[in-house]
Design a protein around this ligand. Structure first.
Ligand code: SF4
Ligand code: SF4
Length: 485
């Protein structure tokens, strides 16, 4: 290969590399910083009040619940190591997984039902991502100022003032995030002990890891990622369209009323100018936390927060036009120009009724199962090392180990009885005590008259009953082995 060919080959290679780089670059969309405007007029707007109400309610519950006490212990505690879940008066054991499954199914069907009726109500008002973003944006506004000031500050070169403002914001974010991580871990390990361990610098490695992990996740998601979590990471945002139909409430722009849009004039009416009601003020876009324009129709980025409804209503009020150009409505209501009554009548459609019926049935079944739950569990295990042996007085002896779980929070005494074979009797202790929310391992010796027990296996029953409440009883079946002659 001569020098010219070599030069051509190098040039071709570099051109193709440049083309590849260009292709890769075009696939990557750089995040455009969004500066949502939070202030619309004086005081809080209608849906903004609802959003703040849910922020307060969810956060009072989340931060407050681990500090509540019940019977000298934390009211809500999911002790994974001890495998006990405490929810106020209810103590769930690993055997009670069915109740937890029931609670999760109820949560899932509630989500299906509310999404079918009200669209992204969860996303817009109660999702932790929305709630923490709202809190972090409030802190940001408090320290750096509202939208216009933040935009100016971000364009400014670094200065001592800018550095101080940014440092204060991040420190406040960090404090909230770490407290959130600490609270989260406090649901799995007693929060008071965790706090004392932290103060004494004796906290365990796993607890530190989880506090930091959850804290950093909150800081990163609510401080930095924000709308990107909803747009690119949240799986619920992807599959919820399957729960939408033409009668699901969504935040909609009334295109027929609003278009053609334009600022209008003081001298001529909008009608004379051939304009619709949208004055193109851009307020609905400025307040949107995901940076979209609702006037372009339903978009998957829309989290249904209704900030654009508040913004547009404010504008409509100012220009003297009826509110509701951007409003909660349904695709059918928009298309067929339905009045609100006709629109709400369509709420009770088959899909909603099926979700509602399932939800009611599962909730009722769970309530009945919980009310019938016996706070005692018994497991009888045959001693594999000694199947059956001849005891004194011509008797046959079988040995077992019995695990008795007292799922109440009080020490309890129990008695055991056996049945199933003539002359079958308990040769070990028949009365025993088990501590609150504890398991006791009880050795059990059963004797039967050898003359009454034929060789082979016989089905017998062991019954354990609480002394203070005869209704608390569990009957377990097992086998008693006779000796070969
Ligand atoms: S379009 Fe409106 S409802 Fe949707 S995310 Fe933006 S402000 Fe919220
Ligand atoms: S806030 Fe209302 S009037 Fe203003 S641009 Fe948005 S839709 Fe048009």
């Amino acid at each position: 290969m001569n020098a010219v060919d070599e030069g051509r080959r190098v040039q071709e290679a570099s051109t193709s590399a440049a083309k590849q780089a260009e292709a890769v670059e075009s696939l990557y969309a750089k995040r455009v910083e969004i500066y949502p405007r939070s202030k619309i007029g004086d005081g809080l707007a209608w849906f903004q009040k609802w959003r703040w109400a849910t922020v307060w309610i969810t956060q009072i519950v989340f931060y407050g619940l681990p500090w509540l006490m019940w019977n000298d212990r934390q009211a809500v505690l999911f002790e994974l190591v001890a495998r006990r879940f405490y929810i106020f008066g209810l103590v769930l054991w690993p055997q009670d997984i069915v109740f937890l499954t029931g609670i999760l199914i109820i949560a899932a069907f509630s989500l299906f039902l509310f999404t079918a009726v009200g669209g992204r109500l969860w996303c817009g008002y109660a999702c932790p991502q929305t709630v923490y973003t709202e809190i972090f944006m409030w802190i940001e506004k408090l320290i750096e100022g509202d939208r216009a000031r933040r935009m100016v500050l971000d364009r400014e070169p670094m200065s001592p003032r800018k550095f101080l403002l940014k440092a204060a914001k991040h420190m406040a974010w960090f404090a909230v995030a770490l407290w959130t991580g600490y609270t989260f871990v406090g649901y799995f390990t007693p929060i008071r002990e965790l706090g004392a361990e932290m103060l004494a610098l004796q906290i365990g490695g796993w607890s530190v890891l989880w506090v930091l992990f959850y804290g950093f996740a909150t800081y990163g998601n609510a401080g930095w990622m924000r709308e990107q979590v909803c747009k690119y990471m949240c799986p619920y945002a992807r599959f919820q369209s399957a729960m939408f139909d033409q009668d699901t409430l969504i935040v909609t722009y009334d295109e027929a009323r609003g278009e053609p849009r334009g600022p209008g004039s003081r001298k001529k009416s909008r009608k004379d100018l051939g304009l619709g009601d949208c004055v193109d003020c851009g307020l609905c876009v400025q307040v949107c936390p995901t940076g979209i324009d609702i006037r372009k129709g339903l978009q998957y980025e829309c989290i249904g927060c209704a900030a654009c409804i508040d913004a547009c209503d404010h504008t409509m009020e100012k220009v003297g036009l009826p509110k509701g150009l951007v409003r909660y409505s349904t695709t059918n209501a928009m298309r067929d120009n339905l009045d609100p009554r006709a629109m709400w009548r369509r709420v009770f459609r088959p899909r909603v009724l099926v979700y509602g019926a399932f939800l009611l049935a599962i909730t009722a079944a769970l309530a009945v199962a919980l009310s019938l739950r016996v706070p005692l569990k018994v497991d009888l295990i045959r001693d594999r090392g000694a199947l059956a042996r001849e005891a004194d007085g011509g008797q046959v002896e079988n040995v077992y180990r019995m695990q008795v779980s007292n799922t109440t929070e009080a020490r309890r005494s129990y008695t055991m009885t056996v049945s199933g074979l003539p002359g079958l009797a308990v040769a070990s202790e028949t009365r025993f005590e088990v501590g609150p929310a504890a398991v006791a391992s009880i050795p059990v010796r059963l004797l039967a008259d050898a003359g009454q027990v034929t060789p082979g296996s016989h089905k017998i029953a062991v019954e354990v009953r609480a002394e203070d409440d005869p209704g608390v009883a569990v009957r377990e079946t097992t086998t008693f082995l006779g000796l070969r002659r």
